[in-house]
Design a protein around this ligand. Structure first.
Ligand SMILES: N[C@@H](CCC(=O)N[C@@H](CS)C(=O)NCC(=O)O)C(=O)O
Length: 203
């Protein structure tokens, strides 16, 4: 069994959960809670202390979410959520990187209030991260090759859905106001990928 260290609200973990279910790997993967505590031993398998971490049967640890998704794709035969054709492959991986960047900024905004005292909060730094989210979403809204689901579900779609889901969870639905194409994308994705609803975090 592959063991994945996780917390339910993490959008990076959600990518792994959706990919595992979508690829039919749930009989080979077990997801184990690793509480969000810097000293938690369950995080020791990644020197960066970040989750998700995949612990393989041979004791090897894989991180981060991009590597884990690539591993899942390999286990499922390859070319399933990461296209083999180079032109599509690198485009898809770049779409994933864009969505991961939205998640990084949203996670950092959460850490600003969790790990820093109110008098330490930096409006300039907060605006910088919020600007990254807005710019990336505007870019995705205007790019049909990012938000259209023409063929198979790929890692770009999975990451974008997880990024938007995390914004809904932690930052409200404000992103939806001026981005009808992304709203439509998320509805289509949820309709086609049942594990999206099944992995929705309560808080
Ligand atoms: N690039 C990493 C990002 C993972 C990440 O930031 N995970 C967060 C939880 S959502 C974490 O473990 N943060 C703990 C920390 O930064 O110390 C990935 O794709 O897996």
């Amino acid at each position: 069994m592959i063991r994945i260290r996780m917390v339910p609200a993490s959008p990076f973990v959600r990518k792994c959960r959706i990919a595992a279910a979508h690829l039919g790997l749930m009989d080979r993967v077990i997801f184990i809670d690793a509480p969000d505590d810097r000293d938690n031993a369950l995080r020791n398998n990644n020197p960066l202390g970040k989750i998700p971490i995949a612990l393989l049967e041979n004791g090897e640890a894989l991180y981060d979410s991009r590597v884990i998704l690539e591993y899942f794709d390999f286990l499922a035969g390859g070319g399933r959520i990461i296209p083999g054709d180079p032109a599509r492959r690198f485009k898809t991986l770049t779409h994933q990187a864009l969505a991961d960047g939205v998640m990084d900024a949203a996670v950092l905004l959460g850490y600003e209030t969790r790990f820093r005292e109110p008098h330490q909060h930096s409006p300039k730094w907060i605006a910088l991260q919020e600007g990254k989210i807005a710019t990336a979403l505007d870019f995705a809204e205007a790019a049909p090759d990012i938000h259209a689901i023409a063929g198979d579900i790929d890692v770009g779609h999975i990451a974008l859905a997880c990024a938007l889901g995390f914004l809904d969870l932690r930052r409200g639905g404000g992103w939806r106001e001026s981005r009808p194409a992304l709203v439509a994308f998320l509805e289509r994705f949820a309709g086609q990928v049942p594990s999206f609803a099944a992995t929705k975090a309560a808080r």
